[in-house]
Design a protein around this ligand. Structure first.
Ligand SMILES: *Cc1c(COP(=O)(O)O)cnc(C)c1O
Length: 355
């Protein structure tokens, strides 16, 4: 740290992204990426866009908005795009939270929430999970704060239903309720259908996971048009060109090839169900996941031991050292083949331990 770094941020702990190994022999199951490449037409689209890169990109993302609005049955003024959904979450923190309007989120959730609260100096409350690591819905009634919930939650994978979200929305009508749907396409029910019913609902999402585009950086928020106008006000006060031309074009292509998107999601869901069954046979306890990862533990192992045992065999998963979840590892769903290799290696580890 330099002597110039402001005092008010000296305790800021930055988010630690999952490790991105250079070694391609590694089976990478640590950052919830999609195991399948982006849809094939994207290559040609990139060549076309490259010819226009001397010009500024469209700061309003008009074409993207039109296609998205049609796909999701909303109007164009109900959506805004961003450089990954982390950025739209940052905008939401700036627009809907401050000293007077504090924020709350589950104690165990996406690590970035706490980082943003610290960065923007917003007082925050971390709400405990139940012993089974699920969210206790009534804990979020009448909070008198902005509420932020990842649904499905990360790293548990557990998903709340829309009726529970409606209860939270109804009892917090004077505050924004942000539902982070980064993983919703893997089996959960999106709250986008509720935006006309609740003017305090903001749904965020990303093309990183279910649309195979983590490296392109495209996120969005959907909600009442006034909420979206607020977010645009922040965006145009910070970086109007936040979604580059290549990413806008790729996003349109992804939305126009919904068949590929759905096929990839279904394949991931099938592999998840396969993995769940196999983990169960090996004595693992796995939380009920509606995401493209599972959160699992085994009575013979500490989570770190599993992480290290798998790493020795070139399989990378994620472990969190927080007390309540340190027994677990989070495993991203990869291809069926990679899930089969994983199961074989886990079997060896369990048998070796038992012997
Ligand atoms: C991955 C993730 C995001 C952000 O993804 P981007 O790549 O920034 O779009 C947001 N929320 C949760 C819960 C995530 O897991």
């Amino acid at each position: 740290m330099s002597k110039f770094f402001v005092e008010s941020l000296q305790s800021l702990e930055a988010y630690t992204p999952g490790f991105q190994p250079k070694n391609s022999d590694i089976i990478k199951l640590n950052t919830n990426e999609n195991p399948f490449p982006p849809s094939p037409e994207i290559e040609g689209i990139l060549v076309d866009v490259s010819k226009t890169l001397h010009l500024y990109n469209d700061p309003t993302c008009q074409t993207l908005k039109e296609v998205f609005a049609k796909n999701y049955d909303i109007s164009e003024d109900q959506v805004i795009f961003s450089n990954g959904s982390d950025e739209i979450l940052a905008f939401a923190f700036q627009a809907f939270c401050d000293k007077n309007t504090q924020i709350c989120f589950p104690e165990i959730s996406y690590g970035f929430y706490e980082v943003f609260a610290e960065l923007y100096r917003i007082p925050y409350e971390k709400i405990h999970l139940k012993d089974d690591l699920s969210i206790k819905v009534s804990d979020y009634f009448s909070k008198n704060k902005t509420i932020l919930i990842a649904n499905p939650n990360a790293p548990t994978g557990i998903c709340l239903g829309l009726s529970d979200l409606e209860l939270i929305l109804n009892t917090n009508q004077e505050h924004v309720v942000i539902i982070d749907e980064a993983y919703i396409d893997f089996g959960g029910e999106s709250a986008i259908c509720l935006i006309n019913k609740f003017d305090n609902l903001l749904v965020t999402g990303t093309f990183s996971k279910s649309r195979n585009l983590a490296g392109a950086r495209l996120g969005y928020a959907v909600g009442n048009k006034d909420l979206i106008a607020d977010l645009n006000r922040i965006k145009f006060s910070f970086n109007p060109y936040n979604v580059n031309a290549m990413t806008q074009a790729i996003g349109v292509a992804s939305l126009e090839n919904d068949a590929y998107f759905k096929e990839c999601c279904n394949t991931v869901i099938e592999s998840r169900e396969y993995l769940l069954k196999e983990l169960d046979k090996l004595g693992f306890t796995t939380l009920d996941s509606k995401a493209n990862f599972v959160f699992t533990k085994h009575p013979f192992f500490h989570g770190k031991e599993l992480l290290d045992g798998l790493l020795e065999k070139n399989i990378l998963v994620r472990h969190f050292s927080k007390d309540k979840i340190s027994d677990f590892v989070r495993i991203t769903i990869g291809t069926r083949k990679n899930m089969e290799i994983l199961v074989e290696i886990l079997k060896e580890l369990v048998e070796k331990k038992h012997a």
